[in-house]
Design a binder for this molecule. Structure first.
Ligand code: GLU
Length: 438
């Protein structure tokens, strides 16, 4: 058995999407687990559709996710002589002919094409709908149909792993291989990505690039994990969280499903939350810092990366944080005095006089605690003692929490108060009292 070689062969027509990342990942995993070679080939022969910066984005994205390629990027635009030579060979053999300035391959239109797909098993396609197709365009550039096939042969690619949209063209590829008298590689055609209603992915979802997901504050570990599960899951367990290393051991190309893979954003959210929860808070801090440096919204409210404070906020928010993009708002809450409607201070049927009294008590409690004792544990202890004097402890704790956060829902008052510190907590409670007086 010769060495296994796979390739990821994107066209640089835009930023890399999740579907492209999945193709790259599966090619990478299959090569790595077989001690084979993973090659990056840039299919840039469609000059009109080539976008500036796309190739750089593709390469950077692969590196971000640790999908290092062993060879490449190899650009088809630098290999034009070879495609022209192959075209000439087909013309000489009588298998292709000139059509104006373009060259077409002569298709066989009877019989059927049969091939073995690693994921789908035997596939049979009737040839009668085939037409002679262009292999070299009038601009002298080859079409995908010719170029990818020549390269796969020249690079000795053993396994072609790509999207299912190419299945219908298999008669063309089988015929070209036959005309060149080349060995056919093995094929694995990956399932389409579908939305929750099993419809083709909407433009909005389908056009989101991997970069967009990173920018939204998803962790790269979560994105690659999510992408791995778009069409594959381990056959004998319900494990859902995988590192790249675990994927390299456990992924099986032949277990990829045939039917469309459902692209469910709520699943990505879940995976991301799980990674955040499991991440040591120091690591989380470093990652948030890195993310924040690229995102202007982190500057709102003069957020400074005071490490001690941010660590406390992260510790507090970790259990419910879905993505990093939620953080500016949270930091804002701690850094900027909140604005809210005084109605928010009311717990159940409390009157204004009762709320006022409750806030005065909170004020006095805070004043009585010195800076050294200003911890959530101590605050909780003292507040709960005083709460016994109320019919319902919410009458003390709700107005206090609302005064600190200005929000209908937030973490508990003691946690917020500790992070704000004595001075800022007092300021916010006093503000609430003023606000209530109108
Ligand atoms: N350039 C093709 C694409 O981006 C690659 C298909 C293949 O892997 O052969 O869809």
């Amino acid at each position: 058995m010769h060495e296994i070689k796979t390739r990821f062969a994107p066209s640089p027509t835009g930023f890399l999407h999740l579907g492209g990342l999945r193709t790259a990942l599966y090619n990478y995993l299959f090569a790595k687990q077989n001690s084979g070679e993973f090659i990056l080939r840039i299919e840039d022969t469609d000059r009109a559709r080539t976008v500036d910066g796309a190739e750089e984005n593709i390469i950077e994205t692969l590196k971000t996710f640790g999908l290092y390629f062993d060879k490449g990027p190899i650009r088809q635009s630098e290999n034009l002589d070879r495609y022209r030579e192959c075209t000439q060979e087909l013309i000489n053999k009588g298998a292709a002919y000139k059509d104006g300035d373009a060259v077409r391959f002569k298709m066989i239109k009877d019989g059927a094409t049969v091939f073995e797909d690693i994921i789908r098993g035997e596939i049979k396609i009737e040839n009668k709908l085939q037409e002679d197709f262009v292999i070299l365009k009038s601009d002298g550039y080859p079409t995908y149909n010719l170029a990818h096939l020549v390269d796969d042969h020249d690079m000795a690619i053993t396994h072609v792993i790509r999207g299912e949209e190419f299945i219908s063209s298999m008669p063309k590829y089988a015929a070209l291989h036959r005309a060149f008298d080349w060995e056919i590689p093995r094929y694995a055609h990956l399932p389409l990505l579908l939305d929750k209603n099993r419809a083709k992915l909407s433009k909005r979802e389908g056009e989101m690039s991997v970069y967009d997901f990173l920018h939204k504050g998803y962790l790269k570990e979560a994105i690659i994990n999510f992408v791995a599960l778009l069409g594959w899951h381990p056959s004998k367990s319900d494990k859902e969280l995988f590192s790249l290393e675990e994927l390299t051991n456990e992924f099986r190309l032949e277990h990829v499903q045939k039917s469309g893979a459902i692209f469910d954003m709520t699943k990505l959210d879940w995976i991301n939350r799980e990674y955040i929860k499991r991440m040591p808070v120091e690591t989380l801090f470093e990652r948030v810092k890195e993310y924040g440096e690229k995102d202007q919204s982190f500057k709102i409210g003069g957020v400074e990366f005071n490490k001690e404070r941010v660590l406390k906020i992260l510790e507090l928010e970790k259990p419910r944080l879905t993505t990093f993009s939620e953080l500016p708002k949270i930091f804002f809450m701690f850094n900027v005095e909140p604005k809210y409607n005084p109605e928010l201070l009311k717990w159940k049927k409390m009157t204004n006089a009762e709320i006022n009294k409750s806030l005065e008590i909170s004020n006095n409690i805070i004043e009585s605690i010195d800076d050294a004792n200003f911890t959530k544990e101590y605050l909780e202890k003292i507040f709960l003692e005083h709460a016994k004097e109320f019919k319902d402890r919410g009458e003390l704790l709700w107005p206090f929490r609302a005064a600190l956060s200005g929000k209908e829902s937030s973490p508990g008052p003691f946690e917020i108060s500790e992070i704000l510190g004595k001075e800022e907590s007092l300021r916010r409670v006093k503000k609430a009292i003023e606000l209530l007086r109108g």
